[in-house]
Design a protein around this ligand. Structure first.
Ligand code: PA5
Length: 424
């Protein structure tokens, strides 16, 4: 379970005084009358997910592990950030024992990047998982056409079993294409939006291919939905966090910096930024989600946070037990004068850095700090964290009176771009 500490958050209101509003919003979410209620499938997905499809994901992942060196995930936004966040968080940035490397395309128009991916995979055993709910996203469609032609050239008929489409259950260009060409498909449920979809086949297939237990992930999600299931702000840290954000917004803070002390959680921050930015940034409201990995970024952004304009508050996501800890060795010559740390563990140093930074930013820098602590970095923890942030963003956005589940603003650039590209 993720714990919450608001004692450094400099709130000028008592979180508990929001209880009545929270009760109302929670009731509207639970009984399905909230705004955006056609996209709340994630709320009971931990119980309602398709068990047969889940078994098929496990079988498909096993097959890919046996016949592929690389899984190319072709998708953008909610159709790739979640699996990438989970895989990097759990397996790390240089995973020595991950059988199949997972790489990403379909998330950019950069010809240089797309070509680099094609060069990288050309002599490897490849499976492609194209992921798109709408089936028409242009970044994804461009990369997929190139990939698909490559797969047919390389494998002929075998390409059919090496291309997998995760898309809408019945409609859409990609579903049509996959059925016509005989590719296996997995379903993105109608009532779960992209940024909530890591708990569906969108995330589960790539995560399973990376050798990570999706059973544990779903267990973490299920427990999380119970742990963050109550309306009571004293018992639900996700809702208390949601309220703290609203109070800080009312105090004039426009930016939330999501801070981690584990580099392999950087993509979790990217996933969180989409979840929070796309859900809340509308109707002229919302807190801009930003992120940093400390202590790395203390050597770049640290100056601004400490002494710059007071626009931001920090939300720290600490990890209680990292997967690995290492002792710092002693050195007889001690020419670097580092022996004062000899025999200490490096994670202890990381935690002391976090403590010192919290004090520097909060006390000297006058920056509000929210502290979240998760127990570890396992797939169970990832699933549990999804429940925490899903519940938090739904509550905090509904408290703003906005619809957490749409993203009308994303369409504007597409309209302009299509005009320039000459699309009918
Ligand atoms: O959250 C969202 O809905 C978006 O970020 C989408 O996931 C993203 O635009 C990709 O869309 P699609 O899955 O339809 O290709």
């Amino acid at each position: 379970m993720i714990s919450l500490d608001l004692s450094h958050a400099k709130l000028n209101e008592d979180v508990a005084s929001w209880q009545e509003k929270v009760n109302e919003v929670d009731a509207s979410l639970q009984n399905g009358t909230c705004t955006g209620n056609d996209f709340i499938g994630w709320l009971h997905w931990d119980e309602n997910y398709d068990k047969e499809e889940f078994a098929r994901i496990l079988e498909t992942a096993k097959r890919i592990q046996e016949n592929s060196d690389v899984l190319v995930v072709c998708g953008i936004g909610g159709s790739y950030l979640g699996p990438r966040a989970a895989i990097e968080m759990v397996n790390g940035l240089y995973p020595a024992d991950q059988k199949v490397e997972v790489i990403y395309t379909g998330n950019t128009f950069s010809s240089t990047y797309i070509n680099q991916v094609m060069e990288y995979i050309k002599d490897k055993r490849v499976t492609v998982n194209v992921i798109s709910k709408s089936g028409t996203t242009t970044e994804t469609a461009i990369a997929f056409r190139i990939l698909e032609q490559f797969m047919w050239d390389k494998y002929g008929e075998e390409a059919k079993s090496r291309i997998i489409a995760t898309t809408d259950k019945a409609r859409g260009t990609l579903k049509n294409l996959a059925d016509t060409k005989g590719y296996e498909t997995f379903v993105i449920p109608d009532d779960i939006g992209g940024r909530f979809s890591v708990i569906t086949p969108v995330g589960l297939l790539p995560i399973a291919v990376a050798g990570i237990s999706i059973e544990d992930l779903m267990k973490g999600l299920n427990e999380g939905m119970k742990e963050y299931g109550m309306a009571d702000l004293n018992q639900n840290p996700a809702y208390a966090y949601a309220v703290a954000r609203r109070i800080l917004q009312n105090q004039g803070y426009d930016v939330e910096m999501f801070v981690e002390y584990e580099p392999q959680m950087q993509k979790v921050a990217e996933w969180w930024k989409q979840l929070f930015g796309e859900s809340e940034g509308k109707d002229g409201l919302g807190i801009l989600p930003d992120s940093a990995v400390f202590s790395t970024d203390l050597h770049s952004l640290g100056q601004f946070i400490q002494d710059g304009k007071k626009v931001l508050f920090e939300t720290n996501l600490y990890v209680d037990q990292p997967p690995v800890d290492i002792p710092f060795p002693s050195d007889e010559a001690n020419m670097d004068n580092m022996n004062y740390l000899a025999g200490k563990n490096v994670d202890w140093v990381n935690k002391m850095a976090a403590q010192g930074t919290l004090e520097a930013h909060e006390v000297t820098g006058n920056v509000p700090n929210i502290v979240l602590t998760m127990p570890g970095m396992t797939s169970y923890d990832f699933g549990n964290m999804c429940a925490f942030f899903f519940k938090a963003i739904a509550m905090t956005t509904l408290l703003n009176g906005s619809n957490p589940f749409n993203q009308p603003g994303v369409e504007v650039y597409k309209k302009n771009m299509f005009k320039l590209l000459g699309k009918e």
